[in-house]
Design a binder for this molecule. Structure first.
Ligand code: PEP
Ligand code: MG
Length: 594
């Protein structure tokens, strides 16, 4: 039966495919297709892993001390029974043989099917056996990973082994941590649906950077959608249509083709300089997460990198931080790929909804840190870990010998932080000179993401070369709305007069001081805000490469001088969005992602 689930649209477009339900804790299980000739070997792997676990459980049982509670032996019996039940490994075969999933993926797919059945059981005792089943599956996944001689998470295998000819697959999960999203970059999934998250949560940002349709904050999609259901993701409307009728399917296929044509049309603007009708040159820079993204940035026509979110180099490393050398190689790769165009490297911004390891933001919020969005994150963490910070600065400076590098500091709120950064810069330059390392001139910039920084901007501007406005956090902290919390997502409002005042005054003050200013939050990549930002005097935008063509189209059609004359009336209005629509003659001042 067809039904719909609604959530928050975070990455536009239409995706049609089969649902792959993945428990949040198992998002890092390797998902790849196997060839027809590998089916029997993969079946054998699954059976071998089952036998290994059976032996483990038998041994545990036999070695129980005499005085062990007898419930323990009974529990091990239950686990053995579940392990040998045909509904587990037997049914896992179906996913390997029919769908060509690798063994780990097949096993977790089958677990999701069985978990749903357990959830629906009337008998409480039986319902609770779901936890036992999960433990058994964890053991089998562990055995498979050990056999493979690697950790269960293997991003490379996920990313590379696509299998043409299969139905497209859409990932459905309660939550996906940003670190796990990175594993799905260039993966087999054509779209994402999650129960939690907001428009500018980092999971949403990574989905947008991958340019694939996504809907977050659906609250219950992972409970309502079943493994293998046919699903449509309408990333423009934030709707998920499950088991669609043939007519609806045809309509969406048509829309899919239309948006592909539109993309192809916009891609032709790649080499067109971004200049407004009245001749103002506009910088369209790219936001990247990994050095390899610089290639997409150049292809999309970016004239620089406005935000390299370096924290993604620090994720999925099981607590170990990247060395200076490793970071240097990564930064140099991005700098070289940009061929002389500027690369703005932001120092590590972990914390809040970007934990270093796989722990989700929800877990962090509930169990470990009182209020991670306001805690020891970004520059606060860097200054609290001086040797980590020095290593990162050294790596960034060394990369500056290979092209134009700018240093950007996140979450600055105090002048004392800027002073410490400048001191650290000096020390690093001296150390590098003494060690004979080459480096170029590195401009220093701070992000304006905390209202305090926007309010005291004239003071900050005395010490830095440029500023970059992070509207994602600036909105979050100005309105006291957690950007990742779907419960307050309706209050996360870029059109709020307080947000607009801070934005307009920051842009004006930076320009008056003769310092360069850009916006690198999600507003910069949303054509609904291009006229508004141009009207405020912004001439530098940084966004995901995939957003550059549609923002460029908007720039080409804008008269910046005319827009500038209209901004005061918008800022003075009770309803700035409506006023902007009337004043700019824009039809598109609605969403944050459309
Ligand atoms: C921002 O806050 O707007 C920003 C660009 O930084 P991030 O989204 O990584 O927090
Ligand atoms: Mg930020």
């Amino acid at each position: 039966m067809s039904f719909q689930v609604f959530g928050i649209p975070v990455s536009r477009g239409v995706a049609i495919g089969r649902a792959v339900l993945v428990a949040s804790s198992r998002v890092d299980v390797a998902h790849y297709f196997i060839g027809e000739d590998q089916v029997s070997a993969e079946l054998a792997r699954a059976l071998r892993a089952r036998d290994v676990v059976a032996l483990e459980l038998e041994t545990l049982k036999n070695e129980l001390p005499d005085d062990a509670p007898h419930e323990l032996a009974a529990l091990l019996d239950v686990h053995l029974m579940l392990l040998h039940d045909d509904a587990l490994i037997g049914a896992t075969k179906h996913w390997i043989v029919e769908r060509r999933y690798n063994a780990e993926w097949a096993l977790s797919a089958q677990l999701e099917v069985l978990a749903r059945q357990f959830d629906e059981m009337e008998d409480e005792y039986l319902r609770e056996r779901k936890a036992d089943l999960e433990q058994v599956v964890e053991r089998v996944l562990g055995a498979l990973a050990r056999e493979q001689g690697q950790a269960t998470s293997d991003a490379a295998s996920v990313a590379q082994r696509d299998f043409a000819g299969e139905d497209p697959l859409l990932l459905v999960a309660a939550d996906i941590a940003p670190a796990d999203m990175m594993q799905f970059k260039r993966s087999i999934f054509h779209g994402f649906i999650t129960d939690i998250g907001g428009k500018t949560s980092h999971t949403a940002i990574v989905a947008r950077s991958m340019d694939i349709p996504a809907v977050v904050g659906t609250r219950e999609a992972s409970r309502l959608i079943r493994q293998d259901d046919w699903v449509i993701i309408d990333g423009d409307a934030g709707a998920v249509i499950v088991d669609p009728s043939p007519i609806v399917l045809e309509e969406y296929r048509f829309r899919q083709r239309q948006s592909e044509l539109e993309r192809a049309r916009l891609a032709r603007l790649r080499h067109t300089p971004a200049v407004t009708l009245d001749g103002q040159a506009i910088e369209l820079h790219a936001n990247i997460e990994l050095p390899a993204d610089a290639v997409a940035a150049v292809e999309a026509g970016a004239t620089g990198v406005g935000l390299f979110r370096s924290e993604f180099l620090f994720m999925n490393r099981e607590g170990e931080l990247p060395s200076e050398e490793e970071q240097f190689v990564a930064y140099r790769a991005a700098v070289e790929a940009m061929k002389g165009m500027p690369v703005t490297i932001r120092t590590v911004d972990v914390g809040a909804d970007k934990p270093l390891d796989r722990m989700s933001a929800t877990e962090l919020r509930h169990e470990h840190v009182l209020n991670p969005a306001m805690g020891l994150r970004a520059i606060r963490w860097s200054l609290a870990e001086p040797s980590m910070f020095r290593q990162q600065l050294r790596a960034i400076y060394r990369a500056s010998a290979f092209g134009k590098v700018r240093l950007l500091i996140p979450m600055v709120a105090h002048l004392s932080e800027v002073r410490q950064i400048i001191e650290a810069q000096k020390r690093v330059q001296q150390q590098l000179s003494e060690a004979g390392h080459a480096f170029g001139r590195v401009e220093l910039g701070v992000m304006i993401e905390i209202p305090a920084a926007a309010v005291m901007l004239p003071l900050l501007l005395r010490h830095v070369d440029f500023v970059s406005i992070g509207t994602n956090d600036l909105i979050q902290y100005t309105l006291a709305i957690d950007r990742a919390d779907e419960a307050v997502a309706h209050l996360y409002d870029p059109w709020h007069p307080a947000v607009l005042q801070l934005l307009a005054s920051s842009i004006a003050q930076a320009r008056a001081a003769g310092k360069s200013v850009s916006v690198c939050g999600e507003m910069a990549g949303d054509p609904a805000f291009t006229d508004l930002l141009l009207a405020m005097g912004l001439r530098s935008f940084s966004m995901h490469p995939s957003q550059i063509p549609s923002v460029k189209q908007r720039v080409l059609r804008a008269d910046a001088a005319r827009l500038g004359g209209l901004i005061d009336s918008v800022l003075a209005s009770d309803d700035p969005q409506r006023s902007a629509e009337l004043a700019f003659g824009s039809q598109r001042t609605a969403g944050l992602v459309q």
